[in-house]
Design a protein around this ligand. Sequence first.
Ligand code: PLP
Length: 290
Amino acid sequence: MAWVNGGPATTLASEDRGLLYGDGLFETIAIRQGQPCLWRAHLERLAAGAARLGIPMPPIAQWRAETAAMLAAAGVPASATLKLVLTRGTGARGYAPPAAPCPTRLLLLYPDGPQRPWLRSWEQDGVLVRHCRTRLGINPSLAGLKHLNRLEQVLARAEWPPPGEAPVATRVAEGLMLDAWGNLVCGTMTNLFLVDADGGVRTSDLAHCGVAGTVRDLVLRCADQLGMPVQCCRLRPSALGRARGAFLTNALIGLWPVRRIDDLNLDPQALPPVLAARIRQACFTPEPDW
Ligand SMILES: Cc1ncc(COP(=O)(O)O)c(C=O)c1O
């Protein structure tokens, strides 16, 4: 189901700058019991991204009203995925942004299909991960943003078969990406955390590329509260060889422990269970007053 600027629609203006230049931002949100999860975090990131790109941010009350109306029209799905897209709207030919942009709001709702039984084992026993050849470009002006330019992720994800084409036991869940300088940054659709032998947790500082995930932020805050602060730093690939464990996060999966990266075995139980439980609960419990 798709809504554009407040109502059902299946088409966008052919001159929308989101389409022509990737001039926009998006959020991918888990829906549980007919309500969005981590709503505030997603809308805060969208607003911060819009401010950085100079795109006027529609009021949060408007996003909320349209989301609620769309969810109601879809029969209040128990479990679904909602995508919010904000673009700079249409403009004249050329890169120059219009002086008075009229942004486009696009809402996409995808009902969840039948339960995929292996997902439970991925959560408990960990996932298989591989390295991608495609590198992330260095660009501090875009680092952290969830902008619409995702060709690096598209190329990286094309390096291994789509889900369903490999037997479950050998199915690769995610690919790790290095930046152009060779630093380890993230997965194609996730943020990456390493758990060191002494229990310390580290993640990439995202100063030059990568998306500042809503769940990454949640991990940083929860870990702080539990007295196990996460270090945000430059990660060299050699850090993997010294790590006891690793885990991946995003708003749809919550948290996946990693059990193997190519030929490297890791301990999927390396992450303290109290932290894992707190993250999963926060990821999939809708905020009552969203
Ligand atoms: C490239 C990339 N990095 C990180 C993330 C994690 O972001 P979030 O935790 O907000 O889902 C995503 C989510 O889709 C992503 O596409």
